[in-house]
Design a protein around this ligand. Sequence first.
Ligand SMILES: [Zn+2]
Ligand SMILES: [Zn+2]
Length: 284
Amino acid sequence: MSEGAPGLWAGRVARLATMHGKEAAIAPPLARLAGLEVRRATGVDTDALGTFTGEVPRAGTLHEAAEAKARLAMRAAGSDLGLASEGAYGPHPQIPFLASGVETLVLVDEARGLVLRETMEARRPVYDQVEAAGLAALEPFLARIGFPQQGVVVRPNRGGGSQRKGLRARAPLARAVEAAAAASPDGLAVVETDMRAHMNPTRMAAIAQLAERFATRLARACPSCGAPGWGVARPGPPLPCAWCGGETLARGGMVWGCAACGEEAAQDEARAIADPGQCPACNP
Ligand SMILES: [Zn+2]
Ligand SMILES: [Zn+2]
């Protein structure tokens, strides 16, 4: 494996589809760590592929959505290299009152016939919503989410109706809440965090962190075929229990892989056996 192999991306320009200023988070680490130049593709309506604010539901998986976006950028720019970022946020599947999120970056390299990606759980995402009849009741929520650096979206609680996005000042927020509450049969407006990257500083920071990780992957050549993108591919197999030898919930080190040739290798120092505390038989 050649760490930071020079020239893997020399002379290439990746076109990024974004309407939300993500190039500021993505381009610098890719240039610095992978030697890959990133430029925004103009004339791509990424919102047409689905939005965080709900007007256009997104189709397929997160990876599919990102890949479709990257291909749109390539087509718009007439390039053979397309890059896109996609994220999904919602209530935490296991822990009540907690939010969870995942961010992914996908690079489509038509010249090499390669699709590379990096995915990361967004830690402590700012994703929240509240129902309110007026601005006064909103103050604890606004303090919690970091308004006005964090933008909000407002819509009527019931009966559909239009929504206002990208609100980052109290006066327009108060007017939007009043209008949405008046339009809702129950007199309540829903106010939620705007999840678009330029309206959500925490999300933008998560994308920057993911871009660093992705850049490191892009700079690594496969030890077998030399293609870029050598890195974590999947978790290792379950480990046997130290007491009973049965399959446990613990896993060994991550398995690294190559998207071009399918080569795989256990990379991290893998433990051979698991603590019985993680065994469903010994510690049910
Ligand atoms: Zn390979
Ligand atoms: Zn056991």
